[in-house]
Ligand binder design. Structure first.
Ligand SMILES: [Zn+2]
Length: 192
């Protein structure tokens, strides 16, 4: 039997071949003290619960959440100017094609004096790894993995997490598949 929700907006696929169609979403500050870093409300709620469980905000800082298309264009242009085309194409999505425009993606960094905006440090140890291990239970996936670079078209980004909803995140985690592959399988249709 097919699942009822064939299309779930939390599963929206945004990449170089699937530009984001602007949709009105309700945005909330990702955490107290960061009024300018916003996430879609459901994603924000789940991230807050996850951070609460692991005491995450003590050691992790948010770097970038929702972006307008214009902001994405500015980030892209600045990166081209400062870091060159090769670097930019690896780590910065084309304007109009960034998951950050959905409000469902968040870049996180280990709390320290210097945080890199494009490639934040989010190591596979300590509090960051703890976050990673609990992420799927709250609906987040580590979106750009090294072994999926040829599928996603984006280099490994250990700092970029995407909200898709818990059953989907857990399924993808268990099967070791990325969002493009999940779509290829019919996502909403997949029997859990
Ligand atoms: Zn990101």
């Amino acid at each position: 039997m097919r699942a009822k929700n064939l299309y779930n907006r939390y599963l929206v696929l945004v990449n170089a071949s699937h530009p984001y169609l602007e949709e009105k979403v309700r945005l909330l500050p990702v955490c107290p003290g960061e009024p300018d870093i916003l996430l879609e409300e459901q994603a924000q709620r789940q991230l807050s619960l996850l951070m609460e469980e692991i005491g995450g905000w003590e050691g992790i800082v948010p770097v970038s959440g929702w972006r307008s298309r214009k902001e994405q264009q500015e980030i892209f242009d600045t990166s081209i100017r400062e870091s060159g085309e090769e670097f930019t194409r690896k780590f910065v999505a084309l304007p109009g094609c960034s998951e950050h425009q959905t409000g469902l993606a968040i870049d996180l960094a280990l709390k320290k004096a210097e945080v890199d905006f494009i490639c934040p440090d989010f190591p596979r140890s300590g509090i960051c790894q703890r976050f990673r291990e609990r992420a799927a239970a709250y609906g987040f996936i580590e979106r750009y993995r090294r072994e999926k670079e040829s599928v996603t078209g984006i280099s490994e980004e250990p700092w970029h997490f995407r909200y898709v909803g818990a059953p989907h995140a857990e399924f993808m985690e268990r099967r070791g598949i990325c969002l493009e592959e999940y779509w290829g399988m019919g996502c909403g249709d997949v029997q859990k």
